[in-house]
Structures are given as C-alpha cells and as structure tokens.
Design a protein around this ligand. Structure first.
Ligand code: UDX
Length: 433
C-alpha cells in the first residue's frame, strides 16, 4: 500500500522504515528541510538499535522516500499517518495540538481518492473528532475516515517494538477504515492481538497505558522508600511481586524517578483530561507530584553523603533519561544534576551516548569525561543516575585506587552491594538500608 507519514521523529521515522520493510511504498514528510535532506542522503536523524540496515535497504530499494512536499506525499496515499509532536503546553501541561492541527489543515487539501487519515501521535481523547472537523472544513469533498492508530514504541527499542507489538490497536468508526488498516497490518496477523475499538477508546488506551506504567514505576519507588525504613530489600520485594502474573516483573526497577519525552508529558496530559472531563485522576496526579519531588530527594542524598561540603568532587555516571539512548529530554539524571549543581560546583560527568546532548544543556557548568573511570578520578563520590549496562562492569578495584573517597551512591541499583563493599567502598543504593 502507499503510506504517507507526517513527522520524521522518534515515532514517524521507525514506523516509516518498518512499514517500508513490510513492502509498502512509504513517503515520510517533514517541514524541517535539513532533516529531510539528511534522510534523503541516507543519514538517519535519530539513533535506534537495528534501524540503520533497514533504513539503508529500503531507501536504496526506493520503497522509502523523504520529502518536504506535503502534496507529493499525500496525494494517492491509501493511509496518511500523523506522527508529529504533541508537546506539553508550558503552563497548563495539556498536550499542545498545534502541530496536529497544522498537519490536518495542510494534508486535507491533497486528499484524492479514499484515504484513511490516522493519528499515530499520542493525542488527547477526542482529537480524532477535531482532525475530522478540520478536514471536512478544508476539503468538504474529501473521501476519508479519520482513525486512531497509537504506537507503543519504547525509545531504544523502537525497531524491536515495531516488529514485535504486544497488540495493534485500531480506533476506527467505519468498516471501510478498519479493513484498510487490517490489510496494512496483515503481516502481523496470527502473531499479535488486533484490537478493533472506537476511536476514543483507542486514544484512551494509549494514555491509560502510559500513565499506568508511570504509576507502576512510582509505586515501586515508593515501596523502595518503605523498604529502606522497614529494613527490607526492594530487589527481593520486586522479585516476589513480579512472580505474580497479575503484576508482572517488568517496570519494577526502582530508581530516581521516571523521565523521558513520554511519561512526564503523557501523565500530565492525562491528568488535565481528567480535569477537563470532570473525572479526577487522583492516582496519576499523585504520581506526577511524587515523581517530581523524588528528583530533589535523590539530590539531597548526594549532599547528605558528602556532608554538604560545596567543593567535594562529584562524579556523575549517566545523563540520558534511560540506558540505551542519547536522549536527555526530561531526563531524571539531568534534573538531579541541576539540583546537585545548586549545592556543588566541582562535578564531572560521563554518559556512554548522551554527552553531546548533555553539553548543549550543561555548557561549562561541569567537567566532561571520556569514560566512567576518568569521571571518577579524585572524586569524593560516584553517583550512578542512568541504567547503562556498562556501569554493571565498573572496575571497582581500580575505582578504589583512583577515587579520593570510597563512596558510591547507586540510584539505579546497578551494582552488586557485596562486591562493592568487598572493594572497600561505602555503598548506598535504592530500597535497602
Ligand atoms: C515509554 C513507554 O514504555 C512506551 O510504551 C511508550 O510508547 C513511550 O513511552 P520510553 O519513554 O521510551 O517508553 O521509556 P521507558 O523505557 O518506558 O522508560 C521511561 C522512564 O522510566 C525512564 O526514565 C526509565 O529509566 C524509567 N524506568 C523504566 C524506571 O525507572 N523503572 C523501570 O522499571 C522502567
């Protein structure tokens, strides 16, 4: 089928590449000329594990192309996916739909023949109605159905998640639209669950799922605080909980609080929707408030462990919002670092992939190291803030020799407590006294 995807970001690009790999003719459209020029030259604008080969192969085969020309992309398409950003409004925190509306205004002009217009971006419940109204106003003759087609891709696993979805949710209000999308996703038939629901249910599923995952993370973080006070071990508690199939073991890793470009945005948008519809979402509101407060609490642990001396040398390991990505947007690590910098000025940072992004945010406020060991040289404390697998392999004996003080604060429980202590460190982690 011919698919047009509007927006070539963390959602649009992996989705476009995935659909072209499945044999569709895919045109990815973006307003940013530099981005399109880079993609046309075969230079990906985001990093995703396993994406490069698919990108090059489908670009070379001609199944995948990129343009800034909405008309060229949209006309003749069987499906047009809107995958543009829905950033939080700076004040109200509601999802700002200006890019969605602009895309709908523009694409409406070029619809010819029956077309399914799908919102792939995470959009507030009822956005499909808005998009439908815009298209009807701009092009009353347009023969199209507007559907909700939410994505559930995790950053760093977008290619894996595209080809291995837990479910494909199709929010369509007509049989015709449903059939077009069942045809598009036919390669997944028999391998995953197809959920055909109303458009509003589909829009709600996305937010309800993300908000629940964020709440699950907050829950285990709160249990970790309880364990520290009660003398239990959160690693053992999380394992015991996770063995209950109704709970599941995933997303029970305690840490400094969740971050990234989705959970903070989606939980705030969901809370605002609750207010808008008069359905108070108290659990989500509490999750947001407590998760924000946790970043400050985590920074206070650093100050407590270093006796509050402003000039102690602090090594910060990890800046990305999670391991496996270079993305620092709404990163817990960066938020905690900002708190640390309010009390301390002698900080050295390292992250396996996020250094460039971090430098644009931190400037000269910190020193930058080429690796974890260099960051720890002469440090009075090492603080692990992001769950990078490589931090599990830290050479503790060497760190003991090069650090000024044997202090490790592990806010991601990456290290084995007994091994750290055997190497002469004072070790503090999450969820264990
Ligand atoms: C999330 C959802 O997982 C995905 O389904 C949705 O499509 C987009 O939003 P993402 O934001 O890429 O994906 O990251 P995710 O892996 O969910 O992690 C989000 C945050 O939670 C990170 O800061 C991570 O460190 C943290 N986290 C995750 C925990 O603290 N503990 C966990 O057990 C899991």
């Amino acid at each position: 089928m011919k698919v047009a995807i509007i927006g070539t970001g963390y959602v649009g690009l992996p989705t476009g590449i995935g659909l072209s790999e499945l044999g569709n003719q895919v045109v990815c459209i973006d307003k940013i000329e530099e981005k399109i020029a880079s993609l046309q030259k075969g230079i990906a604008t985001i990093y995703e594990d396993g994406m490069e080969d698919l990108f090059q192969r489908n670009l070379a085969s001609g199944r995948l192309s990129f343009t800034t020309d909405m008309k060229a992309g949209v006309s003749g398409a069987d499906v047009v996916m809107i995958a543009v950003g829905t950033p939080p409004h700076p004040v109200t925190k509601e999802a700002d739909l200006k890019y969605i509306r602009a895309a709908a205004e523009e694409l409406a002009q070029y619809l010819d023949g029956y077309t399914v217009v799908a919102t792939k971006s995470t959009v507030p419940v009822g956005t499909g109605d808005d998009v439908e109204a815009i298209i009807r106003r701009v092009n009353p003759e347009a023969d199209c159905d507007v559907v909700s087609l939410p994505e559930f891709l995790r950053e760093g696993f977008a290619v894996h998640d595209f080809f291995n979805p837990d479910r494909i949710v199709i929010g369509a209000n007509t049989e015709k639209a449903k059939n077009v999308l069942l045809e598009l996703y036919r390669p997944f038939a028999g391998k995953t669950e197809f959920l055909l629901v109303s458009r509003k249910s589909s829009e709600t599923i996305k937010y309800a799922s993300n908000a629940f995952l964020a709440m699950k993370i907050h829950y285990i973080n709160e249990m970790a605080d309880f364990c520290e006070k009660a003398g239990a071990d959160i690693r053992e508690v999380a394992k015991g909980m996770g063995l209950d199939s109704r709970i599941g073991g995933k997303f029970l890793n305690p840490g400094p609080g969740y971050g990234g470009s989705c959970f903070p945005k989606d939980t705030n948008a969901m809370a605002q929707m609750g207010k808008k519809y008069g359905a108070h979402l108290s659990l989500i509101e509490t999750t947001i408030a407590q998760n924000d407060a946790r970043k400050v609490q985590m920074a206070q642990r650093v100050t407590e462990m270093t006796g509050g001396k402003p000039d102690v040398r602090i090594a910060v390991l990890g800046l990305a919002f999670k391991g496996g990505t270079d993305d620092c947007r709404d990163s817990p690590a960066m938020q905690i670092l900002q708190e640390i910098l309010k009390e301390h000025s002698n900080v050295c940072v390292y992250d396996p992939k996020a250094m460039d992004n971090a430098k644009t945010m931190l400037g000269t406020a910190v020193d930058y190291a080429a690796n974890a060991e260099q960051a720890c040289e002469k440090a009075d404390i090492a603080v692990i803030l992001t769950e990078w697998e490589e931090f599990k392999q830290l050479d503790l004996a060497k760190l003991r020799l090069i650090m000024n003080k044997p202090l490790i604060l592990d806010l991601r429980n990456m290290l084995d407590a007994s091994a750290v202590r055997e190497n002469g460190f004072v070790y503090s982690c999450i969820g264990k006294r």
